[in-house]
Write a protein that binds this ligand. Sequence first.
Ligand code: ADP
Ligand code: MG
Length: 216
Amino acid sequence: MIATVTLPAFSSTPLSRSLLDNLESLGYHHMTEIQAQTLPLILAGKDVIGQGKTGSGKTAAFSLGLLHNLNVKRFRVQALVVCPTRELADQVAVEIRKLARAIHNIKVLALCGGAPMGPQIGSLEHGAHIIVGTPGRIEEHLRKGRLSLDEVNTFVLDEADRMLEMGFEEPLQYIIDHCPAQRQNLLFSATYPPKIEQLAQHVMHNPQKITVESTH
Ligand code: ADP
Ligand code: MG
């Protein structure tokens, strides 16, 4: 007989009914390995480092965490996801919008380098609950006083290894200095070189580190 390992269902977590129903309609029935190991910690409010291969489902792990922390009635930026490239940031924004479909009036804004400034400035004037973007462009909006991170409760560094390869330490530092000290930090990466350990020690508070080998 072939033994099959069944990963836990999302319904075993304290996610809201509407998020769970939406996951079901997206065909996300069971958690992937990295989600099963990180999501309970994330939903318990811990700082979490998640290392897992590309395609293992890291985006939903942190996205469900930040959606769980979000108060949609409060129209302020409450979550910030920093990604190394425009393509990755756009993909993350798409995934968050999909996972947040059940939350009415939620605003997810992508702020990426290489995209025209005008529409971003206009969108920032309207406001957002969640910002996903690349470090340089987020820093630029902060410096110009167009973006406030004073109410950020969830700070996410996605693809942290690539972020460091691309030399984003300085804008990252500027961004972190503009977030409240009291916040939940989530760091996801495919690899975990020593430089990330330094970054994690600097950014995070007593993080739990999870490493997953499998891709599903
Ligand atoms: P990673 O960031 O780890 O490279 P992604 O978050 O991009 O991986 O996820 C890879 C794919 O798996 C995406 O297409 C996503 O929609 C899908 N996915 C993620 N979690 C689940 C799940 N629990 N059930 C089914 N599909 C999932
Ligand atoms: Mg990813």
